[in-house]
Design a protein around this ligand. Sequence first.
Ligand code: NAP
Length: 276
Amino acid sequence: MNDKFKKAAVIGWPIKQSKSPLIHGYWIDLYGINGSYEPIALSPDDFKSGIFELMTQGYQGCNVTIPHKEAALNIANSISERAKAIGAANTLVFKDGQIFADNTDGIGFINNLKQGAPNWNAKSGAALVLGAGGAARAIIYALLQEGAPKVIVANRTFEKAKQLAEFFGGKVTAISMNKIPDIFRNTQTLVNTTSLGMIGQPAFVVDLATLPKTALVTDIVYNPLITPMLKQAQGLGLNTVDGLGMLLHQAVPGFEAWFGVRPKVDVALRQIVLAG
Ligand code: NAP
């Protein structure tokens, strides 16, 4: 029996806001893991030495969050294809003195849709991604991996949408915000990755009425859980999935790598994270 105490952490600057300790703490208790998961604040100057210190102390690995997601790639010995494509890592696994860097945001997004809308299929038609920041990049990559035939990116700063389209090539095109209503008729998956709709921010104002009745609408903002965009979509009878599950599902691969159990995203976890 291998019952070595296993340690993992989340590293950020600041770190107080992170929900990751709630998620991993819930699974550690649920699966009776002999281990711990703690938040650790490391400034950018201390990031590299801090990570090596964790390795020395026998940690299995860690999550990394803002502002270390890009720096994490620079200290890794090997990098997953998806982390390379996304240009950032959120999960580090330590093994035999080596660091493996991964990015699980995109797969977290996809697995959230699969759980929340089991009939959803990326291959069924074009996806329209609103926003062109870090989350959009991970989501576009994941949608293409899932077989989306076409991904259209719309962003306030058109240049950033264009850069993403150029980076991903062929199936990804950029449009300006005022063109959004023109392509709704051919959209099967609508994703808001902008921060609009979040508490304290204005709503993303757009009329969803011309989306096909088969379209799925999802918002990765999860505070509030039902954003104005999701509320409008629900009013139109469209299928919707909220963004909380993306946060929960992105944590699954790290937990499995560090603690040896593939955890489930269940209703109790959602409630704990919402209340926390
Ligand atoms: P980011 O890199 O800063 O990108 C922000 C995006 O929002 C950009 O496209 C930006 O457009 C757009 N935006 C911001 N204010 C806007 C406004 N007033 N009008 C129109 N567009 C606006 O952030 P990110 O990391 O991609 O995260 C985006 C959102 O997703 C955040 O709310 C974050 O909390 C959430 N998120 C959720 C999860 C999850 O697990 N559910 C994971 C990651 C992120 P410009 O380029 O024009 O500035």
